[in-house]
Design a binder for this molecule. Structure first.
Ligand SMILES: Nc1ncnc2c1ncn2[C@@H]1O[C@H](COP(=O)(O)OP(=O)(O)O)[C@@H](O)[C@H]1O
Ligand SMILES: CC(=O)N[C@@H](CCC(=O)OP(=O)(O)O)C(=O)O
Length: 281
């Protein structure tokens, strides 16, 4: 594999990530693979909010962020979560360098017009710092906080959205979204749920409308579609295991692959017109 691999580590699975997952990253890095990590930390933010008696509130998977919440988001993501990930990578033998989207204005944003408080919309993902870190042989580990043009305001950005934005800006070969489910799950006729091996932007919009994709999976799939629309070659949603990570990197069918294009009845891809992204913009 030649291109950059962006790995988004979801907060849902952060505590469960085994040493072997980080060792797999170290192994890929040792083979010369350039890796960029963007992390979330939703559950850790929630437990800190609980301590200060603030009730978390989400709209379509995005946190409503008042000023006190923003301080805690910054503290938890740029502080404990970012440093925990860097330390686990070091323990596994990888070279890791923690930063946030504020550093170097990597995530330059404006405040969202939606009624979500201090949530940002990324206007530009700047690759200067991630590339400089990669050139030194380290994996950038990026917390998804963002900053405005003159540095006066900090915004909370969903980590899936941040990962999609930096993957697109880096023209990454793969964006791997590591979470606590083995992919997008769909109910079956027998009442069980099964992983959808591959899906398109159109099918995703249908699954959102049908209430099959909900909560934190919504920003994930929307970020996946946006990243594909901006030139990322492949987006996969999978679990945080060494097996899944190495499988995706080896081109195996793991988790859910999100495609821009739809497969016709013969199994050939044809272009999708990307109108599904409009609702996200
Ligand atoms: N169709 C779906 N398939 C799988 N997970 C889904 C689906 N719809 C909603 N979800 C939820 O999305 C969650 C993953 O999103 P989230 O909790 O934000 O994780 P992360 O912290 O990894 O970003 C799953 O644990 C599941 O509860
Ligand atoms: C605006 C917004 O929703 N920000 C997220 C940032 C962290 C995140 O995305 O964490 P996960 O990857 O664990 O979901 C939040 O405050 O929870």
């Amino acid at each position: 594999m030649q291109g950059i691999v962006v790995i988004k580590c979801g907060g849902s699975t952060m505590d469960q990530l085994p040493d072997s997952f980080f060792q797999a990253i170290a192994g890929l890095q040792a083979q010369g693979q350039e890796i960029v990590i963007v992390h979330g930390g939703g559950p850790a933010i929630n437990s800190m909010l609980d301590r200060v008696q603030i009730t978390p509130q989400f709209v379509d998977g995005l946190r409503v962020t008042c000023e006190d919440t923003l301080r805690i988001v910054e503290m938890v993501l740029c502080g404990s979560i970012n440093k925990t990930l860097v330390k686990r990578l070091i323990q596994a033998g990888a070279k890791a360098w923690g930063v946030s989207g504020i550093d170097g204005q990597t995530f330059l944003a404006t405040k969202t017009m939606k009624p979500l408080g201090w949530v940002g919309e990324i206007k530009k993902a700047d690759t200067t710092i991630p590339k400089a870190i990669l050139e030194q042989g380290y994996a950038p580990v990026i917390a998804p906080l963002s900053v405005n043009e003159d540095g006066t305001e900090t915004y909370n950005v969903n980590a899936d959205v941040a990962a999609g934005a930096i993957a697109a800006a880096l023209s990454a070969e793969k964006l791997i979204m590591v979470t606590d489910v083995p992919g997008i799950m769909q109910p079956q006729t027998d009442g069980t749920k099964a992983v959808v091996p591959a899906t398109s932007a159109e099918e995703i919009q249908e699954m959102i409308r049908a209430g099959i994709i909900t909560g934190g999976m919504i920003p994930k799939v929307q970020a996946a579609i946006d990243a594909l629309g901006q030139g990322v070659e492949q987006v996969v949603i999978c679990q945080g295991t060494a097996e899944d990570l190495l499988g995706v990197c080896a081109g195996q069918a793991v988790g859910t692959t999100v495609r821009m294009n739809i497969l016709n009845e013969e199994g050939n891809e044809y272009a999708y017109n990307n109108s599904a992204c409009a609702s996200h913009e």
